[in-house]
Design a binder for this molecule. Structure first.
Ligand code: 164
Ligand code: MG
Length: 376
């Protein structure tokens, strides 16, 4: 294990609760997002370094059981006191320090991300380098919600293709799937395409889903239940299209079991879902050793979360474009400076220490609903 001879002591944590309105509603098989409520974690160490993390839990427990309110409770009443208690040798230790608390990975990850940012800044390294990443730029795709008509969907895809995004992920659900994707494939014959079902199907839909095999999709993401890896293995044996797991993977152990069972050929790593950057790196490394491709998913993050996703994606086995689109995908104005810019489907990885972006305090304050401080 990597050791740090300069233990860091967290002195203060500030939870900024923000509410940001999306430029346009984002519809999935489980619900529609109009705005995003979340926390920016600001953390200060004993030397005055400041690190930032972002919580990704949504207001409602649709995607996972965590919500903005449950993560606030977990951070305030359990996790922050555990962090303030004693110095940390290495950010990897945060995961083990939190291990007596079951799950609540998004709450844990928001804090762990800020510790990683401070750690990288203390070392004078970018977060990407501190994590072991080497890419100078990353390929990105974009996630497209369910639209009101196929015509509308084709227009949206055309717009993002013109912006240069490397692949399009189309949200599907029963009644908005095979026929729609046939139309999309017909209109865009060479476009890298995938679908995400957010658990909208069961094994009874196997024959229906097999029709997707004709459409040259990069993968189908999370077709079956959010807590399943067994039925996904059955489905993967029958489908030519690779299955990618999202909701089902909460830890390194989940990934190991899914891979041993043959439940997927690809894993979408979301930092918040797996409890932080350290666990993300462990999953990445294991997948790399088992020929399982990974990519970095998104949770409609604002700039701080986006910066963490960019840093993680610089690791070698992130071979597929992620969902880390530019700041302008969801926001009129982001909370970081400069904003994340996508050029020809690529994001340049910042080289400044830590997350590599400054916080735009004016924007942060504008979106802040409440602010709570915790000190040692
Ligand atoms: O652009 C992004 O941040 C990704 C958006 C996206 O596809 C998702 C975000 C949150 C929940 C889901 O709807 C979905 C996903 O499952 O990956
Ligand atoms: Mg998904």
């Amino acid at each position: 294990m990597r050791r740090n001879l300069d233990p860091l002591q967290v002195e203060q944590v500030i939870l900024h609760k923000l509410n940001m309105k999306l430029k346009s509603p984002f519809m999935t098989s489980f619900g529609t997002f109009d705005d995003k409520e979340f926390f920016v974690v600001e953390m200060i160490d004993e030397k005055g370094n400041i690190g930032f993390g972002e919580s990704v839990a949504f207001s409602s427990p649709w995607y996972s059981e965590e919500t903005v309110q449950t993560s606030e409770h977990m951070m305030r009443d359990f996790l922050i006191p555990m962090l303030l208690e004693s110095p940390i040798d290495h950010p990897d230790d945060v995961y083990s320090r939190f291990s007596t608390i079951r799950r609540n990975n998004m709450a844990k990850s928001a804090l762990e991300g800020a510790v990683w940012d401070i750690y990288a800044k203390r070392q004078g390294k970018s977060l990407a380098t501190a994590l072991g990443g080497e890419k100078k730029e990353i390929d990105v795709g974009i996630s497209i919600g369910i639209q009101s008509s196929v015509k509308e969907l084709l227009t949206v895809i055309e717009g993002f293709a013109a912006e240069g995004y490397k692949r399009m992920k189309i949200k599907v659900k029963p009644g908005w799937d095979v026929e729609v994707m046939r139309e999309v494939r017909k209109a865009f014959p060479g476009l890298p395409l995938m679908v995400d079902a957010n658990s909208a199907y069961t094994l009874k839909d196997k024959e229906h889903l097999k029709q997707l095999d004709d459409l040259d999709l990069m993968m189908i993401e999370q077709p079956l239940a959010h807590d399943d890896i067994f039925d996904h293995a059955v489905l993967q044996r029958e489908l030519e299209t690779p299955v990618c797991l999202d909701e089902s993977i909460h830890s390194f152990e989940d990934a190991r079991r899914a891979i041993e069972l043959g439940s997927c050929k690809i894993i979408n790593i979301k930092i918040g879902r797996v409890g932080g950057l350290s666990e993300s790196v462990r999953i990445h490394d294991y997948c790399q050793n088992h020929d399982i491709a990974v990519w970095c998913g998104g949770m409609l993050e604002a700039g701080v979360g986006r910066a963490h996703n960019i840093a993680l994606t610089t690791l070698a086995n992130f071979t597929l474009p992620g969902d880390t689109a530019g700041s302008s995908r969801y926001w009129e104005k982001d909370i970081i400076s400069p904003e994340v810019i996508v050029t020809n489907g690529k994001i340049h990885v910042p080289e400044n220490p830590g997350i590599g972006f400054d916080i735009n305090r004016t924007a942060l304050n504008e979106y802040t609903v409440t602010k709570t401080e915790f000190s040692r």
